[in-house]
Design a protein around this ligand. Structure first.
Ligand code: NAD
Length: 290
């Protein structure tokens, strides 16, 4: 039975997962290597839950009870009494493997470990743990409090009780699930990221500017956000990492990351979280940077 949930990485996704878990009555411990990330996560949760109160979707007392359930910590030892830990750190296989190796000796033997990776092989990450049967992919969508889907991915060794436990948890969090096989980027990002990468090629080749590309896809394909706006929202480092996993994992040149995407990441223009990407977010209204 899952009662206490640990989350590694308090970035965009970690704070959203903490938010929905705490609102559904789970105790949460959020860990990050950066103290600022933990502080920012609590501020974001405060702001987003406040918005839900204002909209009338939750009561003020639900908000304060949920916030009391969230504990932050810089020390992975805080995971010792967790029933589930969701790894939610930067999309980098080496970083994730090191986190998994370091947390396993601290966890209860029966604890489940999940990863929120957007693209990396669940089977390979499972091999970095001491419990491949209790390891599973639990891919939440951004922003977590709003998006309904959780994509669930079994690794080669994932056992049925583990899969069932995380599926039941997702449903208790008010989400719906879709099952994907363990292939690079699973379903959502296998389809979404090549589209975003193509939009960046369209910009790179001068077929359209940022505004015309996003307007074209919003009005012409009925997408709620343009692909470049969406890339900024996801984080350009994450977009590049997913394209690299697709390119390496499927060995097909159609997945080659656009050089312009590489350049933006090298410049540290990572999108909304860095206040600059395909748009500049320093003013009230985002302004295209090209
Ligand atoms: P982010 O950059 O906002 O946050 C990542 C956090 O991980 C940072 O706060 C960083 O300090 C922390 N971190 C890095 N190394 C760590 C370590 N060793 N121990 C603890 N914390 C560490 O990134 P994000 O957008 O929240 O993405 C996190 C994960 O979720 C990635 O695997 C990403 O692919 C996945 N994901 C992202 C999205 C999206 O739209 N952004 C959607 C679904 C899944």
């Amino acid at each position: 039975m899952i009662k206490k949930i640990g989350i590694v990485g308090a970035g965009q996704m970690g704070n959203g997962i903490a938010h929905v878990c705490a609102l559904s009555g789970y105790d949460v411990v959020l860990v990050d290597v950066k103290k600022e990330a933990l502080e920012k996560a609590l501020q974001t949760i405060e702001k987003n839950m406040g918005r839900q109160v204002a909209r009338g979707t939750i009561k003020d007392e639900d908000k304060s009870a949920a916030q009391k359930r969230i504990q932050t910590s810089a020390d992975i030892k805080s995971f010792a009494d967790c029933d589930l830990v969701i790894e939610c750190a930067t999309e980098n296989e080496q970083v994730k493997r090191e986190i998994l190796k370091s947390i396993c000796p601290i966890l209860k033997p029966e604890a489940i470990v999940a990863t929120n990776t957007s693209s990396i092989s669940i089977t390979r990450l499972a091999a970095a743990t001491d419990r491949p049967a209790k390891f599973v992919g639990m891919h939440f969508m951004n922003p977590v409090p709003v998006m309904e889907l959780v994509e669930l991915i079994r690794g080669l060794a994932t056992d049925e009780p583990t899969y069932t436990a995380v599926r039941e948890l997702a449903i208790k969090l008010g989400k719906r699930t879709a099952s994907a096989e363990d292939f690079p980027a699973f379903i959502v990002n296998r389809i979404l990221l090549p589209m975003i990468n193509e939009a960046i090629y369209v910009l790179y080749e001068g077929v359209g500017n940022v505004e015309s590309i996003d307007t074209a896809m919003k009005l012409g394909a009925n997408h709620p956000m343009g692909p470049l706006e969406l890339a900024d929202f996801i984080g350009l480092d994450t977009c590049l990492a997913v394209m690299q996993v697709l390119y390496d994992g499927l060995a097909d040149s159609k997945y080659r990351p656009c050089p312009l995407l590489v350049k933006y990441v090298e410049a540290g223009w990572l999108g909304r979280k860095a206040k600059r990407g395909f748009y500049d977010y320093s003013k009230e209204k985002p302004v295209p940077t090209r």
